[in-house]
Design a protein around this ligand. Structure first.
Ligand code: AMP
Ligand code: GLY
Length: 430
């Protein structure tokens, strides 16, 4: 049967999902708050709507006779869009509001790990009172990560000893209006992501990816939604072993076993530390940018996976091309603190050459495409090695030019990859 798939969300991640759906030959319909020109070109129709309004998503799904839905971002999951689509008889690949708490409520996430004895949980405490949290910061022997309980777009965490001092962390808590926070042991090591596709009690895992959250080259500056990411030709990354990768997969397996009825993507953010693999967080969706590393090298038909999930079948085994990927986001000048919108985007899917181009937050006007105040577009190189993939991504960025844009050119370059390897060797006492 030919499927009609509704995609919810309009960022770079969703452009990658849209391409996977279109490549599988399904009919694609898309809805998002912003009009993503790349998704719009692939879709039979693109509807602008508030994706946190479950009824709006259901009405659109029904109007296009969708047989499946994929939800890209976390906000619609938190708003119960998957619940509403399922209730309306449109199977949504994405967890219900209650299961999405693994991402949307960091206190729930940590307590869940403790209750089910999921390996890799850092030492933590949860607080509903700012002064009690500040007292804990004063008394704790060691550095802490300060994490607001709710969604903050990856920008709410402050790490003592890395980004802030103890005093600054307390001032941050007192100035903010967060009513619930988690304080947890600071994890030191190298971060990596492993995403699993989950349905019917089983999971299928994808290759590890490393995101770069800091805004500036050399991992300086404020945290962002992610400036770019890379993956290697195998399942692991150059700074980790296959055994480290399997340790992360075991954490995801234990989590899926403990979660009742979870479906969609389970995203594990891990820290490879001197004491092994620890969990930084879980997300209830593909990563952005990580989806742009993963989906372009996946051979398995994405829509077959969705249909198997819906039909209660075992998910097909995933197969990946043995190729490395490097993804670099172009963001507006001043992002993330004082972004300046309105720069023309001088690249499109054709002029990107050998690289893949994924649009994110852009504004399509009669005379062209312009940046907004969020990440604008990403280029992805795919090749046998990280170095070749990096150079393909850079060739595309040269076409795009630099006017009004900023890029972390260091992502995927040999010296930063080597620094990661050295860091882990140092932690392991090598
Ligand atoms: P999150 O919003 O949970 O993704 O956190 C954003 C970033 O904060 C992570 O990618 C890490 O770089 C950092 N972070 C979060 N928790 C910890 C922790 N326990 N130790 C060190 N860094 C952390
Ligand atoms: N790349 C981080 C995230 O998607 O949350």
């Amino acid at each position: 049967m030919s499927e009609t798939v509704l995609l919810v969300g309009g960022g770079g991640r969703e452009h990658a999902i849209a391409r996977a759906i279109a490549d599988a030959g399904a009919e694609l319909y898309a809805c998002a708050g912003n009009r993503n020109p790349g998704i719009a070109r692939l879709a039979a129709d693109f509807e602008s709507l508030d994706t946190t309004n479950p009824q709006a998503a259901v009405s659109y799904a029904e109007s296009v006779d969708a047989t499946l839905a994929v939800i890209g971002p976390e906000a619609p999951l938190a708003a119960g869009v998957a619940d509403a689509l399922d209730d309306a008889g449109v199977y949504a690949f994405g967890p219900h509001e209650n299961e999405a708490r693994i991402e949307t409520d960091k206190a729930f996430q940590r307590r869940f790990m403790r209750r089910h004895d999921i390996p890799g949980c850092p030492d933590f405490e949860t607080f509903e009172d700012v002064e009690a949290a500040c007292a804990f910061i004063d008394d704790y022997d060691g550095d802490l990560a300060v994490k607001p309980v709710g969604l903050t777009g990856g920008k709410g965490v402050r790490v003592i000893g890395d980004q802030v001092t103890r005093e600054e962390a307390k001032a941050y808590l007192r100035e903010s209006d967060y009513d619930r926070v988690v304080l947890e042991e600071r994890l030191v090591g190298e971060e990596f992501t492993v995403q699993a596709l989950v349905a019917n009690g089983r999971l299928r895992v994808t290759p590890a990816v490393q995101d770069h959250k800091r805004a500036y080259e050399g991992d300086e500056g404020p945290n962002t939604g992610g400036m770019g990411s890379y993956s290697d030709a195998g399942l692991a990354l150059p700074f980790m072993s296959e055994a480290d990768y399997r340790e992360a997969v075991d954490v995801l397996k234990a989590t899926v076993d403990a979660l009742d009825g979870y479906k969609g993507v389970l995203y594990g953010q891990f820290m490879l530390t001197a004491d092994g693999v620890k969990v930084v967080e879980f997300n209830a969706r593909f990563g952005d940018p990580e989806a742009m590393n993963t989906l372009p090298v996946m051979n398995t038909d994405f829509v077959e996976i969705l249909a198997a999930a819906r039909d209660g079948d075992a998910l097909p085994r995933l197969s990946f091309r043995p190729e490395a990927t490097v993804c670099k986001y172009a963001v507006p000048e001043g992002y993330p603190t004082d972004p300046e919108a309105g720069a023309p985007v001088a690249i499109d899917e054709e002029s990107a050459g050998d690289a893949l181009l994924f649009y994110a937050s852009v504004d399509e006007r009669a005379d062209g495409i312009y940046t907004t105040t969020s990440r604008a577009f990403a280029v992805v190189g795919v090749a046998d090695t990280i170095a070749e993939a990096e150079s393909i991504a850079e060739q595309a960025l040269a076409v795009a030019g630099e006017d009004g844009l900023r890029v972390r050119h260091d992502i995927g370059k040999a010296d930063i990859v080597q620094r990661r390897i050295d860091h882990v060797n140092e932690l392991r006492g090598g």
